[in-house]
Design a protein around this ligand. Structure first.
Ligand code: AMP
Length: 504
């Protein structure tokens, strides 16, 4: 793959160049290349003639990148599994991925059953004993094969594995590298977990252009002093994150160009960018450009972009999401699937080579969301949007998917997991909105009202990621139903507002 070759050529030319820095560790291009070669050779030995995915478990350690590249070099897609997930979710992701091997960069909790587990100590031995052997280029993943499978929240309670091929990733990278200048040795911020595809924007754009990635880890997120200290030291050039993270940083008065240096670009993706955020950034970092990008994991990170400059900020209304990348198209359709007139609202369909071939080993969910057109593969985003003068605008979701501090959640995923608890008869989860954005979640539970809220949260937290556990739990004897016998979420929301004063 071209992107692997680009990385390798930097590694060969300048092996001492820094590739990745995180708290307590760093790795050079040369080491990343050598160590991933060694692990790739090992993977080829334990999995001969196998090109299925490999799970990689950990957080922001440089060995995660070693394992990703090793997977690609030995012909496997990788499945990044975030270390903070509860064991139940880890097990389900690994099971759905059918991975025969887990490379555990961090200590894997017990209960995961796969053929091969490369434990952290073994991994360290394999990669530090690198003897210069390399897997043949013919073993690398091809453009048609998956490079990664990322699992996102699924409405049935089972995570969905989005397959991204080499061709999808190349198409994204070819475009992403045109969005702003990338001088030699550009320093990129990585905020998103490696299991969230916003991280692809920084990791791959950096490592295929001679840049260095600086990773924010989980501990830094809850420790503003540590976070600010690192940001001051790192002197980031390209800031890549969700808007929520920049908003969190903006709460610190010392988050400014005097303290952090002249950040050149703020690159956003993953959720609504409200005008207050770029406005504040332009005051604190007057030299910086702010770029808003949009896209779902299913269309490889992002497919539209727009620079949020003073002219854009001076216009009333929501910020635009921008123009679609040249090899893709956007179609806005009504409920019957027909295109609407220019400027009218409808569902956003993305067509082109960025679109994933579908959900891994899940033909039913794939058929519902993906289809093929004469112009290429197409994905129904579930986003409501309109296109005016070739610029996309966003008007929320047409389903029950939400973003909470940048994290993608299907409310039905939480509900399905709550419904498995023996004392819950039925649960409905509603977003608590502020200025159109989800600030928190409330679960309305029909069942044993004597249950302790903390117990429900703990039991749910054993099944889903921490960010999916609702902040509030309310009990009700029953739910209002609509004419189809389904829970009437609007009425339930109104009842809740009236009874507990929660502004949903
Ligand atoms: P994910 O797959 O986690 O990247 O989430 C994709 C969803 O996030 C999209 O379908 C949108 O609903 C939302 N999203 C992504 N980027 C933006 C953006 N720039 N503005 C508004 N919503 C966004």
């Amino acid at each position: 793959m071209k992107f692997l070759e680009k990385f390798e050529s930097y590694a060969a030319r300048d092996p001492d160049r820094l590739a990745h820095v995180h708290r307590g560790g760093q790795i050079t291009y040369g080491e990343l290349a050598r160590r991933s070669d060694a692990l790739a050779v090992f993977l080829t030995q334990i999995l001969p003639n196998d090109r299925g995915p490999i799970a990689v478990y950990g957080h922001k350690q440089s060995e995660m990148l070693v394992a990703f590249f090793a997977a690609l070099k030995s012909g496997h897609a990788y499945v990044p599994v975030e270390a903070s997930l509860p064991i139940e979710r880890i097990r389900r992701i690994i099971e759905s991925s059918a991975a025969r091997c887990v490379v555990s960069v961090a200590a894997l909790p017990s209960g995961v059953e796969v053929e091969h587990i490369v434990l952290p100590e073994e991994l360290r031995t394999i990669i530090t004993d690198a003897d210069g052997r390399r897997p043949p280029a013919a073993a690398h993943v091809t453009a048609e094969e998956n490079v990664y499978i990322m699992f996102t929240s699924g409405s049935t309670g089972e995570p969905k594995g989005v397959q991204i091929t080499g061709a999808c990733l190349s198409s994204f990278l070819d475009w992403a590298t045109t969005l702003f200048p990338i001088p030699d040795a550009t320093r990129f911020l990585n905020q998103a977990p490696f299991s969230f595809d916003v991280s692809v924007m920084d990791i791959y754009v950096a490592l295929t252009n001679g840049g260095t990635v600086f990773s924010v880890d989980k501990a830094m997120l809850s420790n503003p002093i540590l976070l600010l200290e690192s940001l001051q030291r790192w002197k980031i050039d390209v800031w890549s994150s969700t808007p929520s993270f920049a908003e969190l940083c903006l709460k610190m008065t010392r988050f400014n160009t005097t303290q952090l240096g002249p950040i050149a670009v703020f690159l956003f993706c993953g959720e609504v960018l409200v005008p207050e955020c770029p406005r504040a950034l332009r005051e604190r970092f007057p030299q910086a450009r702010v770029i808003n990008t949009y896209g779902p994991t299913e269309a490889t990170v992002a497919v539209t972009s727009v620079e949020i400059d003073d002219t854009v900020l001076s216009r009333p209304g929501p910020l635009p999401l921008g123009r679609v990348k040249p090899d893709c198209q956007l179609e806005i359709v009504d409920e019957t699937g027909h295109r609407v007139a220019e400027g009218e609202r409808g569902e956003v369909i993305i067509v082109g080579p960025s679109v994933s071939p579908g959900y891994y080993r899940d033909p039913d969910r794939t058929d519902k969301a993906f289809f093929v057109t004469p112009r290429g593969r197409a994905y129904r985003t579930g986003d409501a949007g309109s296109v005016v003068e070739e610029t996309l605008y966003y008007f929320g979701r047409i389903d029950l998917q939400i973003k909470l501090r940048g994290q993608r959640i299907e409310l039905e995923d939480i509900e399905a997991n709550l419904n498995t608890l023996p004392y819950v008869q039925r649960a409905v989860v509603l977003p608590i909105l502020k200025a159109g954005r989800c600030e928190a979640l409330v679960a309305v539970v029909c069942g044993d009202a004597d249950q302790d809220v903390d117990r429900i949260k703990a039991d749910l937290g054993a099944r889903v990621p921490e960010y999916m556990v609702p902040r509030y739990i309310e009990f009700r004897a029953d739910f209002p139903l609509n004419a189809n016998g389904k829970v009437d979420r609007k009425r339930l929301r109104a009842l809740l507002d009236a009874s507990v004063g929660v502004d949903t």
